[in-house]
Write a protein that binds this ligand. Structure first.
Ligand SMILES: C[S@@+](CC[C@H](N)C(=O)[O-])C[C@H]1O[C@@H](n2cnc3c(N)ncnc32)[C@H](O)[C@@H]1O
Length: 282
């Protein structure tokens, strides 16, 4: 079964224009955010879904299966490896792009629940999440392998008030060497985009790029049973398998009740710290 970004969604639901003014974002998340108090903690292992929930997820995947854009993306990726991403951007094949920041990261930012300092968003695409969490107290680096995506991100962010607090860099996450370490790394739809055999290298980079007491936040998506990719299916144990050997432990894993449209029920928010730091806090 094939699945996709569930990206058939949001432009119709919330925003038609890319990079809405921050006031719009605040208003929308203000509305969505009232529900976020109900964010439900789950065990770090994937919980079993009941029959109805499984059926709902299967229906969403079936709808998405028929998305020809995803099939085309997978063909491009199979044929071109890294260059495939540039081709996707070049051809406008970006069904993952929400056209807005993901509401949960904006909510965490607005509720002052994110570390300050330096933040990194790898595989940042158009950079909505980068801009959303940037502030005078937090400088955010958006890293992208695609020139087209970086150009788009720069153009879209240039006129925004917090443009001064973002840097967009074109580089390969796996070979890039930052000049300074980070207090926060936010991964959304990057883990599921890379080849599964790169996940251990992904975790090593997370360890290497974070300050010792830095925090990794993973918005895990798509939690499903499909085969093939990108996007490759993910599960909480997929993250644990590569993050535990690097000394990371989850400080919380919760269902993302602010997930947008078809992504609902298929996202979990994981917050991770290196275990030596967790032990010293006890
Ligand atoms: C599925 S998209 C997600 C984009 C963005 N996070 C979002 O949610 O809209 C994955 C992104 O990762 C980028 N990417 C893939 N491999 C990369 C690498 N090795 N280094 C940096 N970026 C990469 C792709 O160009 C693509 O824009």
């Amino acid at each position: 079964m094939r699945a996709a970004w569930g990206g058939l969604l949001s432009k119709t639901i919330l925003f038609s224009a890319p990079f809405p003014p921050p006031s719009t974002l605040v208003a929308v998340v203000g509305v969505l955010g009232t529900r976020s108090l109900g964010i439900r903690a789950t065990k770090p292992k994937m919980e079993k879904k009941n029959g109805l929930e499984r059926e709902a997820v299967r229906k969403k995947e079936n709808v998405i299966n028929s998305n020809p854009k995803v099939n085309r993306i997978q063909q491009l990726m199979n044929g071109h490896s890294h260059g495939g991403w540039e081709k996707c951007w070049d051809q406008g094949l970006t069904p993952w792009d929400l056209g807005q920041a993901t509401p949960i990261i904006l909510h965490l930012h607005q509720s002052r629940a994110l570390p300050k300092g330096r933040a990194l968003v790898p595989g940042c695409g158009t950079g909505y999440d980068v801009v959303a969490i940037a502030s005078p107290e937090r400088h955010v680096v958006g890293l992208e392998i695609s020139d087209t995506a970086i150009q788009k991100a720069k153009e879209l962010s240039s006129s925004l008030p917090n443009a001064n607090y973002v840097t967009f860099l074109k580089a390969d996450f796996f070979t890039w060497l930052p000049t300074e370490l980070f207090d926060l790394i936010f991964d959304y739809t990057f883990f599921c985009a890379i080849e599964p055999d790169m996940r251990l290298a992904w975790a090593q980079k997370m360890r290497d790029f974070l300050k010792p007491n830095g925090e990794l936040i993973t918005l895990m998506f798509p939690i499903s049973d499909h085969i093939d990719g990108p996007p490759y299916k993910v599960s909480v144990s997929d993250y644990e398998e590569v993050l535990h050997p690097m000394g990371f432990q989850a400080t919380s894993i919760v269902d993302n009740e602010l997930a947008v449209g078809p992504r609902r029920g298929r996202e979990k928010l994981g917050r991770w710290k290196r275990s030596s730091v967790i032990q010293s806090l006890l």
